[in-house]
Design a protein around this ligand. Structure first.
Ligand SMILES: [Fe+2]
Length: 289
C-alpha cells in the first residue's frame, strides 16, 4: 500500500455547507444603511421587498439580516473579507461624521480593520488574498464563550451537527463549508446575556441533526418543512447547556438556497464612472458554493 501524500481529511467540508446570514435587530434602518451600505460598501438586497422595517444586506454570498427592533449585539466578532481594505477604510472614515452619535468606531490593525457598528456589533475586515475564492463575504463568526466550554461545544458540532471540529488552546473551530467557520473562544471576561440574535446555516444532512436535537429537546422552532431552529449548544455527553446562539438551520432544498445575491461595485462613483463595472462578482459564474 502506498503512503498517503496528503491529509485528505483536511479538505472534508462536513455537514454544514454554508454560513448564510447573521441576523441582528436594529433600532433605526436608516442608520443601519449608513453603516452597512454607505460605510462598509455592501449592497441592499434589490429583489425582495421586505418593507420598511427589515433590510437584507448582501456581502458576497452571505447576508446581514436587519429587522427593526431593540439593538441586538453578537457576543463576538463577525469576520468579513473585502476586496480592498484601503477602499473600505476610506468609506468608513467618510461616513464617520454621520455616525458620530453612535457607538461606531474604526481602528486599523496590522492586517485588518477593527470596526464597531452603530450599536456595538464588532466586525473585523480582512483584505482578500490574490486568487482567494472569497473576495467578498462573511468568512467566520467568532463567539466568546465561558471558560471550559469549548470541548463540549466541539462534541456538539461533531456529533449532533456532523461538522468537522478542531479544538486547541481553548478555541473550538467548526468548519462551515469550504471557506467559512464558526469559532468559539473561551474568555474570562463577562459575557453579556443572550439577546436573541441568530445565525443561519445550510446543512446537507438535514434530518439526522434534527433527530439529535429533538432527542435533546433543543428545537425551538419547527414550523417549516425546509427549516428548523435551535438555540442552546449542549454537551452531548452530559446535556450541560454551554452557550446560546440561535441557529436557523436550512436544508439544501430550501427555496432561498443558492440565490444569486446581487453585489454592486462600491467603487463606482459618478465622477469616475467606468462602464460595465457596476457589478461585483464574488464567485465564478455557475459555481454552486
Ligand atoms: Fe434568519
Amino acid at each position: 500500500m502506498s503512503t498517503p501524500s496528503h491529509d485528505r481529511s483536511s479538505q472534508d467540508v462536513g455537514n454544514i455547507v454554508m454560513l448564510e446570514h447573521v441576523n441582528v435587530t436594529v433600532p433605526d434602518i436608516e442608520t443601519a444603511a449608513l453603516f452597512y451600505v454607505h460605510a462598509l460598501g455592501f449592497t441592499r438586497d434589490p429583489y425582495i421587498d421586505l418593507g420598511p422595517d427589515l433590510m437584507w444586506i448582501n456581502l458576497g454570498e452571505q447576508q446581514f439580516h436587519l429587522p427593526a427592533g431593540e439593538p441586538q449585539v453578537i457576543r463576538g466578532t463577525v469576520e468579513i473579507v473585502v476586496p480592498s481594505l484601503a477602499a473600505t477604510q476610506a468609506r468608513l472614515e467618510a461616513m464617520a461624521p454621520r455616525l458620530a452619535d453612535t457607538r461606531f468606531e474604526v481602528r486599523s490593525a496590522s492586517t485588518s480593520l477593527e470596526v464597531v457598528g452603530p450599536w456595538g456589533n464588532r466586525i473585523r475586515c480582512f483584505e482578500a488574498a490574490v486568487g482567494e475564492r472569497m473576495q467578498l463575504g462573511m468568512r467566520r463568526v467568532e463567539f466568546s464563550v465561558p471558560r471550559g466550554s469549548t470541548a463540549g461545544i466541539g462534541r456538539f458540532y461533531d456529533r449532533v451537527m456532523g461538522a468537522p471540529v478542531a479544538t486547541a488552546d481553548n478555541v473550538c473551530t467548526v468548519r462551515a463549508g469550504p471557506h467559512q467557520a464558526l469559532c468559539f473562544t473561551e474568555t474570562d471576561e463577562p459575557i453579556a446575556d443572550y439577546d436573541g440574535h441568530h445565525i443561519a446555516i445550510y446543512v446537507s444532512d438535514f434530518s439526522n441533526p434534527y433527530a439529535g436535537l429533538i432527542d435533546r429537546n433543543l428545537i425551538i422552532e419547527d414550523t417549516q418543512e425546509c427549516e428548523y431552529r435551535f438555540q442552546w449548544i449542549v454537551d452531548p455527553d452530559s446535556g450541560e447547556p454551554l452557550f446560546e446562539i440561535e441557529h436557523e438551520v436550512r436544508s439544501l432544498t430550501h427555496p432561498l438556497c443558492g440565490r444569486n445575491l446581487v453585489n454592486r461595485n462600491p467603487d463606482q462613483q459618478l465622477a469616475t464612472y467606468t462602464p460595465s463595472f457596476d457589478v461585483f462578482s464574488p464567485r465564478k459564474p455557475g459555481s454552486l458554493i
